[in-house]
Design a protein around this ligand. Sequence first.
Ligand SMILES: [Zn+2]
Ligand SMILES: [Zn+2]
Length: 211
Amino acid sequence: MADLVAWVVELDDEHHEVVFERSEARARVRGARKEGASARDVKARREPRLDAHTPGPVPAQALLDIGWHFECARCYHYVDGDGCQRCADNAEEEAGHEVEWVPPVTRGQDVWCSEACHSADARERAARQLITSAARAEVHQVLPGAQVETVFVNDGTAVVWLRVPGCRGTVRYHWPAGTFRVQLRDHATLLAALRRPALETWESEGGAVHD
Ligand SMILES: [Zn+2]
Ligand SMILES: [Zn+2]
C-alpha cells in the first residue's frame, strides 16, 4: 500500500486544508468531510514540500514558509511569512517614517502578527480568565444550585448565562454589577432560589436569630 503523502485540499478560494492520504480521491473525501462538503466539490493537489510533516498537523511556520497566509489569532489581520501589512502600516504612521516589518510569531497551528501581538494576546487571555473565574465564583456563592452555561467577557465585565433549577428561561448574571436579568415568568422562582441558601444557614444554626 502506498505511503501517506501531503495533499492540499481547496475547499474554496480562501480556505485550504492540508491532509495526509494515499491518493487524491481519499484526500478529497477527507478534506471535504472537515467542512461538511462533498468530495466532488473540492480539488486536491499534491504538496511534496509538506510530506516531511506526515501524518500532521503541519506547524503554521512550515505553511508560512511555503507562501501560505493566516489570520492573526488576536486581531484577525492578514499575516504572511513577511509579517503583517496592517501592523507595519500602523507603525509607519505612528513613527512618521518607513519602518521595518517585524516577523510573525507562530506556536503550533496559531499565528500572530508579531511578538508584541502575541504577548498582548497572552495578557488579554489571562485577564479574561481571571474575570471568568471571579464571575463564576460569585455566582456559585449566591446561587449554588445554578449551572453556568457560558461566560462572556467584555471590557472588564462579564455576563454569566445560567440554568437555575425551576426557571424555564436562561438567567443572566452581570459581573461585577451583581445584577440578574431574568424572564418575567421566572422572576419569583429566581427570588426564591436566591433566598434559599440564607434560609438553610439560618435553620442549620438552630433557628435562633437575634435582633
Ligand atoms: Zn497585524
Ligand atoms: Zn495581530
